[in-house]
Ligand binder design. Sequence first.
Ligand code: FAD
Length: 480
Amino acid sequence: QRAIVWFRRDFRLADNPALRAAVDGDFDGIIPVFIHAPDEEGDWAPGGAQRVWQHESLAALADALEAIGSRLVIRQGPTQSTLDDLIDESGAGAVFWNRLYEPGLVRRDADIESHLGQAYPELEVRHFQADLLHEPWTVETQAGKPYKVFTPFWRTISERSIRQPKARPSQLPAVWSRIGSCDLADLGLRPAKDWTTTILEHWTPGEDGAQARLETFLEDTVDNYDNDRDRPAVHGTSYLSPHLHWGEISPFQVMHRAEEWLSEQSGGAIHEHIQSFQSEIGWREFSRHVLYHFPDTPDEPLDDRFKAFPWETPDTAFDDWKAGMTGIPMVDAGMRELYATGYMHNRLRMTVASFLTKNLRIAWQHGERWFWDTLFDADLGNNTLGWQWAAGCGADAAPFFRIFNPARQGERFDKNGDYVRRWVPELAELSNKHLQEPWNAPDKALEAAGVVLGKTYPKPVVDLKASRREALEAFEQVKN
Ligand code: FAD
């Protein structure tokens, strides 16, 4: 008997329950397959940056499989008929995969499961929990409803134990040469642009890269996580988000390794840092649970009142926001970091999202789309939650009237201006006093720093105070 292991967004060999079940089962052949079928993800097929990562990550998975005697079979969709072909070609008696929770994929996978059951009554079809510590249908409030607030959600799930990560197979049976595969390059995921080469210098996609990233974080960073995680100029967080998104490392591995690390250290403070890091993994869980229970939220606000919010039509200010040319240094620094590295620090994600939705009053869905196309870690659960949080219309969201002032954010979290100077070098010579609000700097200070507003650096596209007031007035219209 042979088993097909259908890889989807679980590009790892360790702690991969579908692969493990095939290894532990009584199979004399295992066929690892990836089926490229972005159309089946509807409006939320992987964006530009995600596709680049996906290409690299698939290449790493293919290498890892080869190193243990196997081979990644790559096919083009549609998934259903491709699986049928593979079953017919190989005579497979089983198909295994790991579950995902995005609404489009939940529907697609249910259709495939029911089709396989009808077309191949003898086939063993099984799917596994791998991407979430707790399945969305197992966590509910006392009233039997899905949680919409993080703290009680996290309290509930952190009391439960989680399984140990599953072992990595050391060897797999060879895949018959007659099971054909297309070339990874045929999928057209990685455009031949210089952009991808430079952007990838910051990252190592793949399972080994993910493990190395976790170890570096534990060794160098976690012991001050709670303080440094809000300072964009320092590497104060784990940078695991794209690795977690593509399933190069599982949340089970991250949680257990963090516990293990804690038990190896002496001294009290690290305990709190580890806990707050683990609670971020909790936010990841929360976002997937919210998405599962409220499948319209990538497009519609969870808070219905916001359907009537008077948003502005995106105009040139939206283009300036995307290009990091708004004339507001913290916003521009964040947007430029995103474009240059496929990543943006969380503090900046909150700042630029608040600026877009409140100061420019452009609907959060436009920002969500731009992030979807440019973030390596673009993730439907986390991105939806983040944007609805910032716009004040989502689960456990910041209230609408809490409007970030980007200049104050800069003064607080980028005290020495290192982050702004790194990404907005045209302001590098301005003193800290004026760096975050160059429009208020005296002419002399601007001149000494070689800054000509409107020429070497834009004038602000919007007045922060006036636009804040207008946003609050607009909110009055939908508040009740
Ligand atoms: P760490 O601080 O090291 O956290 C560890 C892990 O916890 C992260 O890798 C991530 O998986 C999870 N996590 C951390 N913060 C959050 C959070 N607020 N919500 C959900 N999970 C979290 N995260 C994405 O992974 N993909 C997105 O598309 C995304 N879009 C966002 C959009 C907006 C407007 C905002 C405000 C936040 C968004 N986030 C998104 C959440 C957060 O900014 C990133 O997860 C984090 O910056 C990733 O860096 P890290 O891995 O170093 O985080």
